[in-house]
Design a protein around this ligand. Structure first.
Ligand code: UT7
Length: 327
């Protein structure tokens, strides 16, 4: 029987500092009513001073390793999905490897923005299935708050900080990751971007003055593509596995906007009690949103052995991705 990858432990961590909509009303021209109605977000977490991406990764990873019953030294590979790493180089995964004491693990980052965790899951699945990795740690982590223009109400109300982690191991049988699906449309790269600081616009006083180190988003245009795309993605993923939407135990969507989540669920006829939602508490934590949500669902006992779980995400690139898991 061919190998499958199975998630054998989950963990997550969000910073202590809560920033609610009422506090944001004092910083920028917005209202709790607008944010709640248009996004479903009530509050988000903000990393403390000196708390870096790798620190968030570390806490989530420790919890995932504990759940899997593994020691850091047993890991052979660490992948961190992020767009807000500690620094451009080395990878945040390398820093995490050191902080964890996971001396036997190779480590690298991947960046597919909000789809990053599912891109990472697809890569991880291939490492495990090929036999190249036996014990793999995959983390999605963001400190988005450091890349927000707190004067831009169209973006600063949306994002938050956090990290989620999973441990993957090979198994035989019919449980585990059934399939992953990755897509990109680079022609829409400027729908969501952070234009400054790379080789196109290296850091300079001008890039700082022009606010090029902040996240920019064409929100409404992105919204329309997201709703259309996510429905098709979910349908194709289920079809590829001959699973009917009614057989799904849980949909775990990327947490960007409650309206996108409910639109996808209703187009697929999935009742909201089978949809995991925490965008109200954390806002959009980009690549951390799916692993944080998965960890919450697992720890709350909302999924059981043999359940079909569909994960789907959409983000900058534009990228979109999905995974079907038999838990
Ligand atoms: O995770 C990666 C993928 N990202 C997404 O999927 C995000 C997709 N987009 C969205 O979630 C939504 O488009 C937003 C929540 C970003 C915006 O919602 P919208 O319903 O598309 O609003 P809009 O951008 O069309 O703006 C409507 C109005 C505008 O005012 P006018 O021009 O109608 O007078 C905005 O200036 O709302 C105004 N507005 C705000 N008002 C109060 C925009 N942001 C705010 C705000 N507070 N924070």
């Amino acid at each position: 029987m061919p190998l499958k990858s199975r998630i054998t432990g989950t963990g997550s961590y969000v910073p202590e500092k809560v920033l609610d909509n009422f506090e944001l009303e004092k910083k920028v021209d917005t209202s709790d009513e607008w944010i709640t109605e248009r996004t479903g977000i009530k509050e988000r977490r903000i990393a403390g001073p000196g708390q870096n991406n790798s620190d968030l990764c570390l806490e989530a990873s420790k919890r995932a390793l504990q759940a899997a019953g593994l020691k850091p030294r047993e890991l052979d590979l660490i992948i961190v999905a992020t767009m807000s790493g500690d620094m451009p180089m080395p990878s945040t995964a390398a820093v995490l490897q050191h902080k964890l004491g996971a001396k036997n693990a190779a480590a690298f980052d991947i960046n597919a923005a909000c789809s990053g965790f599912l891109y990472g899951l697809s890569v991880a699945d291939k490492f495990i299935k090929s036999g190249a990795s036996q014990k793999l740690l995959l983390v999605g982590a963001e400190v988005n708050s450091r890349f927000l223009d707190w004067k831009d109400r169209a973006t600063c109300v949306l994002f938050g900080d956090g990290a989620g982690a999973v441990v993957l191991e090979p198994v035989k049988g019919n449980r585990g990751i059934l399939s992953t699906h990755l897509h990109t449309d680079g022609s829409l790269w400027d729908f969501i971007c952070l234009p400054g600081g790379g080789s196109q616009h290296p850091p300079s006083s001008k890039t700082v003055k022009d606010g090029m180190h902040f996240i920019k988003m064409k929100g409404n245009e992105t919204f329309k593509v997201a709703v259309r795309t996510l429905e098709r993605l979910a349908v194709d993923t289920l079809k590829a596995n001959k699973v009917d939407p009614s057989e799904l135990a849980m949909l775990i969507p990327h947490q960007a906007n409650l309206r996108i989540i409910t639109a996808t669920a209703s187009r697929l006829n999935i009742p909201m009690d089978k949809v995991a939602v925490n965008v109200d508490k954390y806002g959009n934590t980009s690549s951390a949103s799916i692993p944080i949500t998965l960890d919450e669902v697992v720890r709350a006992g909302r999924i059981k052995k043999g359940d079909y779980i569909l994960l789907e995400a959409f983000g900058s690139g534009l990228t979109w991705a999905s995974a079907l898991i038999r838990w």
